[in-house]
Design a protein around this ligand. Structure first.
Ligand code: ISE
Length: 336
């Protein structure tokens, strides 16, 4: 590897563009050297902003390119698992945007490839794990100050006003963040879920504008996740953990409370790129540093797999209106 980590980016939509800018402008130890998108004009635009990175029309060619040390996947969700597996098989570290896969079998194949290679190469883009507000809340809960953690709650409000999204998409693309937070922040596995949802319109019964998932953890602790995919006013994520002797809660907004003209107002972020700006930067730094150090960090391929296992149970529960048990297999030794 050269002195810097040479990154190849697959996918140049909103998220890919942000990752490219973060790596290029703010992570001194990384160079973005290759960009792939089927929309080659968009890839060329981003490549020009990254000092003339090479443009590829094919992900396999980018992965195989000798000058590419590591890959960042920001392609549409359905392509994540296949590309991540190719990266693992090529022995190259990969930061894969969430979800790791859109179904359990594909996620499992990525984990199997990693285990077969005997080396952790996959980090999944659950960026909330790098958000200072989430990290601070976890620290309070882990300190034991509130006693044993009893209940995890999260509220996830998305701004879209009119998008019609199927339940499967809301769960695997949006609620999956809350599922990961619920596992990571409580430090234990979910064993049972019960999901209910409100369709966006009666003509689209498979759509979901609002999803509520109740969780039961192995210890008997409980969780409640709500995801509004059409909140219509802005973007907010709030998390709280109720312990035996207190409640700790993230402050949802970063902007100041302003009192003026007989009103008290607080600006609400527009989307996740604004709300999690710092988290995405921290994530990029940590990922690149982990490659320099040769030691994987952050949400693992296993976390990506278990989160889709729970997501799948949430979908099944919502569609069939029954509680669904989640059976998490034994964690391979590779994942500690
Ligand atoms: C989006 O893809 C994200 O990752 C955001 O963090 C999440 O809040 C949103 O619901 C997803 O669609």
């Amino acid at each position: 590897m050269s002195a810097k980590v040479n990154v190849g980016l697959v996918g140049t939509g909103g998220m890919g563009g942000r990752h490219a800018a973060n790596l290029n402008d703010s992570v001194a130890a990384a160079d973005v050297v290759a960009i792939m998108d089927v929309d080659t004009s968009r890839a060329e635009e981003i490549a020009a902003r990254c000092g003339g990175a090479a443009v590829y029309g094919d992900a396999d060619a980018l992965i195989a390119a000798p000058e590419v040390d590591a890959i960042l996947i920001a392609a549409p969700d359905r392509f994540h698992a296949g590309i991540a597996r190719s990266c693992v098989e090529a022995g190259k570290p990969v930061l894969c945007e969430k979800p790791l896969a859109t179904n359990v079998a594909d996620a499992q194949r990525v984990v199997e490839a990693e285990v077969a290679g005997g080396r952790r190469l996959v980090q999944v883009g659950f960026m909330r794990q790098y958000d200072p507000a989430h990290v601070a809340l976890k620290e309070v809960s882990d300190s034991g100050e509130q006693g044993r953690a009893l209940v995890f709650r999260s509220v996830h409000n998305n701004p879209e006003k009119s998008a019609i999204r199927p339940l499967t998409d809301v769960v695997t693309n949006s609620l999956i963040h809350d599922i990961h937070s619920a596992r990571w922040m409580m430090g234990e596995e979910i064993v049972r879920v019960q999901t209910a949802y409100i369709p966006s319109s009666p003509d689209h019964p498979e759509s979901a504008r609002f999803v509520m998932a109740q969780l039961q953890y192995r210890s008997g602790a409980l969780g409640a996740l709500e995801c509004n995919s059409e909140a219509g006013y802005g973007y907010e994520v709030m998390v709280s953990i109720t312990g035996e002797t207190g409640v700790a809660q993230t402050s949802p907004l970063q902007s100041p409370v302003v009192r003026h003209s007989n009103a008290r107002r607080q600006w609400v972020e527009q989307d996740w790129l604004q709300r999690f700006q710092v988290a995405y930067l921290n994530e990029a730094h940590a990922w690149v540093q982990s490659i320099v150090d040769g030691r994987a960090v952050g949400p693992s391929g296993w976390d990506g797999y278990v989160s889709i296992l729970v997501a799948n149970a949430c979908i099944e529960s919502g569609l069939n209106r029954v509680p669904v048990d989640v059976e998490v297999p034994e964690r391979p030794a590779l994942y500690g």
